[in-house]
Design a protein around this ligand. Structure first.
Ligand code: FES
Length: 175
C-alpha cells in the first residue's frame, strides 16, 4: 500500500510558490513607479526645489560648488584665520557693510554659503583667490573676502547668501 500524504513537494506546491513569487514581483513593479514619482524629477529640481547638501566631506579650508536653481553655490568650510580676518575689519569701512555674523548661521560660523555670481556683471568668481582668501572674479578684477563681501574692484555688492538652513550639524537644505 502507498500513502496519499507525502513530505515531497508536489507539482501543485511548486505552482503555488511560483505564482506567489510572480505576484510579488508584479506588485513591486507597480509600486516602484509610484514611489519613484514621489521624488522631484530633474526638471522640478532645476525649477527650484530645495536641495540637501552633505557637508561632512568638506574639510576645513576647502570648498565645494553645487547648483541650485541653475546657480552656482559655493559652500566654504572656513579656517579660524579666515573667520578672524572677516571679523576684524570695521563693518562701516566696507563698500556693502554687512557683518560676517549676519552672513552665516550662529553656531555654524565656519560655514559660508554664497551664490557664486559676481555682483558686477555676473561672472563666476574663483574661490580661495584674491588678497582676502575669499573669491576673485577674473572678468574685471573684483575681490571678495572670506565672508563673500566685496572689498576691491567694480562689483557694487557682496555675494548674495541664498536661503538655507541646517537640518543637522553636517547637512544643509538650500531653498
Ligand atoms: S563680472 Fe566680476 S568683476 Fe565684472
Amino acid at each position: 500500500m502507498t500513502s496519499s500524504t507525502s513530505a515531497e513537494p508536489t507539482r501543485r506546491d511548486f505552482l503555488y510558490v511560483a505564482t506567489g513569487a510572480v505576484g510579488a514581483v508584479g506588485a513591486a513593479a507597480v509600486a516602484w513607479p509610484l514611489i519613484s514619482q514621489m521624488n522631484p524629477d530633474a526638471s522640478t529640481i532645476a525649477a527650484g526645489a530645495p536641495i540637501e547638501v552633505d557637508l561632512a566631506p568638506i574639510a576645513t579650508g576647502q570648498d565645494i560648488k553645487v547648483f541650485w536653481r541653475g546657480k552656482p553655490i559655493y559652500i566654504m568650510n572656513r579656517t579660524k584665520k579666515q573667520i578672524d580676518e572677516a571679523r576684524s575689519v570695521p563693518v562701516s569701512s566696507l563698500p556693502d557693510p554687512q557683518s560676517d555674523q549676519s552672513r552665516v548661521k550662529e553656531g555654524h560660523d565656519q560655514w559660508l554659503v554664497v551664490i557664486g555670481i559676481c555682483t558686477h556683471l555676473g561672472c563666476i568668481p574663483i574661490a580661495h583667490e584674491g588678497a582676502y582668501d575669499g573669491f576673485f572674479c577674473p572678468c574685471h578684477g573684483s575681490v571678495y573676502d572670506s565672508s563673500g563681501r566685496i572689498r576691491q574692484g567694480p562689483a557694487p555688492l557682496n555675494l548674495a547668501v541664498p536661503p538655507y538652513a541646517f537640518v543637522s550639524d553636517t547637512k544643509i537644505k538650500i531653498g
